[in-house]
Design a protein. Structure first.
Length: 163
């Protein structure tokens, strides 16, 4: 039986990019990966355009919510094997200590929630973030995770974030 890996996507507001990562990986990575998302300063709601983008891609949105990363740093929380920051603000913050020393990397993506413009421009920004996140997740899922040591995994997930 193959191991199941927990992955946490972090952003500041946990309303767009990290939510996209959670939904995409939970869809494409099952049954071997279980994704979560959180923010250092959660917005308290998922951005409506993030939900629209996920729905238009045929991904489930039930249960997605904006939450604090403190939920995943307390006793009894799922232990993470991977933690990816997806915004520059969260990458620069002092993160909680994650039990089990997960492999970490920064997968920075421009913030679609910060785009000001027409509905088409905003929708395009969310679509671009979705496509970028999807490509990175596909590369991540192609890694032979069970066969690589922690240093090799770290090297590969950092490389993915730079592509």
């Amino acid at each position: 039986m193959q191991k199941r890996y927990n992955v946490l996507f972090l952003c500041t507001g946990n309303s767009a990019r990290s939510i996209l990562g959670e939904a995409i990986l939970n869809h494409r990575g099952r049954p071997n990966f279980h994704a979560f998302s959180a923010g250092s300063h959660p917005a308290g709601r998922v951005h409506p355009y993030a939900l629209k983008q996920l729905e238009s891609a045929g991904l489930p949105v039930a249960g997605l919510r904006s939450k604090s990363w403190n939920e995943f740093a307390k006793p009894g929380a799922p232990q993470m094997q991977f933690v990816f920051t997806v915004c520059d603000s969260a990458a620069a913050e002092i993160c909680p200590v994650w039990p089990g020393q997960p492999v970490t990397a920064h997968w920075g993506i421009p913030d679609p929630a910060g785009v000001v413009g027409s509905t088409e421009e905003i929708a395009r920004a969310f679509r671009d973030a979705f496509v970028t996140m999807g490509r990175r997740i596909d590369l991540f899922l192609s890694l032979p995770v069970a066969k690589l040591d922690a240093l090799a995994l770290k090297t590969e997930v950092v490389r993915i974030g730079r592509e």
